[in-house]
Design a protein. Structure first.
Length: 292
């Protein structure tokens, strides 16, 4: 499986009947999957279907999907309430004419409230949902392609960072200051310094302190875990898919081991390798934040 980033943008548009539409879908980084869908009023069922489609293809990221729909204004026509008009004509015909009042006319009767109503003529029924969902599928496919392309580039960058981590771990493993002779020399110098500063010193306590100092100076476990975590991260890159969270966890563990290595180091070469490791691991983690 390939890797995917969490950032991307896609757009698709088309026409169905007299309506034109366009989908815009974009995604950005997030801890989980958050879907924000905006559709015109009256398309609630379409929103639910769109949510299902997006959730099936995407695992992480904040995803914004917006549908812009344009339809021509409906044609209007006049509808006459025949029953009301007939009733008015009948009522007027019963009125005795008067020279002081002009007789009722048809246009006057039609102007009365409720006699004539302006209504919109519905267009022939067209189910837009299938076409709109096909358009969403096209936009989603383009979005996934963009995320996959960025994921391939991230795969290359992350692989380079892990190679650097492995090389620095090997450099730390080979540091001259880690040899038993170098450790003994540092301990001997430290013990001599302590002995010279004290008038009386318990040999047993001095031996215990020397053993403790030797244990604290041993970084074999940190180096072993650095190599193990780097190998696990490399395996996840090869596995592909939605591995961003697991890689982020491994990046945290790598950083923790590199920090402990620097804290325990008593050798300049080993410290330099540890500091370089922390830099590479931090860059690795920054890029991992973009992965799905």
């Amino acid at each position: 499986m390939t890797l995917s980033s969490m950032t991307g943008f896609a757009r698709s548009g088309g026409q169905a009947g007299s309506a034109t539409w366009a989908w815009e879908v974009k995604s950005v980084n997030a801890k989980g999957l958050e879907l924000r869908i905006r559709v015109p009023p009256g398309f609630d069922a379409l929103e639910a279907a769109a949510r299902t489609r997006l959730a099936a293809r995407l695992k992480r990221g904040t995803v914004h999907a917006a549908l812009n729909l344009q339809r021509p204004k409906p044609r209007q026509t006049a509808r006459i309430d025949r029953d009301r008009l007939d009733a008015l004509i009948a009522a007027v015909s019963e009125i005795v004419p008067s020279p002081r009042v002009a007789p009722a006319t048809l246009d006057g009767l039609l102007a009365l409230p409720g006699v004539v109503e302006i209504v919109e003529v519905a267009e022939p029924g067209t189910d837009l949902d299938p076409a709109l969902l096909e358009g969403l599928d096209a936009a989603l496919e383009a979005l996934c392609a963009m995320r996959s392309a960025e994921g391939a580039e991230l795969r290359r960058v992350l692989g380079e960072r892990l190679s650097a981590v492995s090389a620095l771990t090997a450099r730390a493993q080979a540091a001259p200051g880690r040899t038993p002779e170098a450790v003994r020399a540092r301990l001997a110098a430290r013990v001599a310094e302590i002995a010279a500063a004290a008038d009386t010193l318990d040999p047993v306590r001095l031996h215990q302190e020397a053993v403790l100092m030797a244990a604290k100076a041993d970084v074999r476990e940190e180096l072993d875990r650095l190599a193990m975590h780097a190998a696990a991260a490399s395996a996840l890159l090869d596995e592909g898919g939605a591995v961003g969270r697991r890689l982020d966890f491994l990046a945290q563990e790598l950083g923790r081991e590199a920090g402990t290595l620097c804290a325990k180091s008593g050798d300049a070469e080993l410290t330099a390798a540890g500091l370089a490791l922390r830099t590479e691991i931090e860059q690795f983690r920054e890029q991992v934040q973009n992965l799905e």
